[in-house]
Write a protein that binds this ligand. Structure first.
Ligand SMILES: Nc1nc2c(ncn2[C@@H]2O[C@H](COP(=O)(O)OP(=O)(O)O)[C@@H](O)[C@H]2O)c(=O)[nH]1
Ligand SMILES: [Mg+2]
Length: 261
């Protein structure tokens, strides 16, 4: 996976009229980027928040998030790109936020694993064909192509992958590939703690165990799967930690964060 730099992100935003900020409906606040939002505003582009994976969250909860974002000035839609639900609403919202400008160029930006590629594919459907590549743009955007995804909408085929601060606890939750994490235990424990806080059943259902100590959970996963460190014979909690993080991205651990009021 190639992560973009902020410079690459600016380049992608500059090519667009409308920027889709893709967030994970299970935790939209942790997966939004204020920095992206201010770049888009600063460059005079339009922002549309797209809460993806809405299939994993009750309807009333995504509706509440939508209202919260819209009350703070951000047009917002929710979709389930994987099941291609919400693409009509998404196209309509894109036209709405674009105002009178036609054709509309759309960029898709967000943290890793929020579903940017799935959204681009859902928009493309079966009919779309690539249009002109943009010649001569350097680096990350060198092979950028536009895809027509409607009469008057074209999407930039290269998603903007927001850079995650390496080593930060948020990194794993925001989707840095687990194998790239130097210390997966800390973020896994944060993730388990969040799961236990928001829906203790999510851990029980995924792993069939009932501890309330995150470290114990890692140990037991390792023991059950027969993962031990060769030298010490202790349970390999690092492997268990990577598994937990991967399972969150894939949706095997199923909890969501509800708005506070
Ligand atoms: N449940 C669910 N999973 C999704 C949805 N969209 C994407 N995913 C899953 O999320 C993971 C990351 O998707 P991907 O499009 O590769 O994310 P990207 O890294 O942002 O391009 C994959 O396992 C997808 O199958 C969705 O609407 N619902
Ligand atoms: Mg992708």
């Amino acid at each position: 996976m190639i992560t973009a730099s902020w410079r690459d992100i600016r380049r992608i935003v500059r090519m667009a009229d409308v920027v889709l900020e893709v967030v994970d409906a299970r935790d939209p606040v942790a997966t939004r980027s204020r920095r992206l939002e201010s770049i888009v505003g600063g460059m005079g582009r339009r922002l549309l928040i797209v809460m993806n994976k809405a299939d994993m969250v009750p309807r009333n909860i995504v509706e509440r998030w939508k209202r919260i974002f819209e009350n703070s000035g951000y047009p917002t839609v929710y979709v389930s790109a994987k099941s291609r639900l919400g693409t009509r609403v998404l196209r309509r919202a894109i036209r709405m936020v674009a105002g009178n400008r036609r054709p509309i160029t759309v960029a898709v930006v967000g943290y890793p694993k929020v579903g940017k590629s799935t959204i681009i594919n859902a928009l493309k459907g079966r009919k779309s064909a690539p249009t002109s590549p943009i010649p001569g743009s350097p680096g990350y955007t060198r092979h950028v192509q536009f895809y027509r995804v409607g009469r008057d909408i074209r999407v930039i085929d290269t998603p903007g992958i927001l850079p995650v601060r390496r080593g930060s606890v948020e990194a794993a939750i925001r989707g840095l590939p687990p194998e790239e994490l130097r210390n997966p235990i800390k973020p896994a424990i944060v993730l388990i703690t969040r799961a236990l806080k928001h829906d203790p059943a999510s851990i029980r259902e995924a792993y069939g165990m009932d501890h309330d100590d995150p470290y114990k959970i890692l140990e037991e996963i390792a023991v059950r799967r027969g993962w031990f460190y060769k030298k010490s014979g202790e349970p390999n909690v690092e492997e268990a930690a990577r598994t937990i993080i991967r399972d969150w991205h894939k949706g095997k651990i199923n909890f969501y964060v509800a708005p506070e009021t």
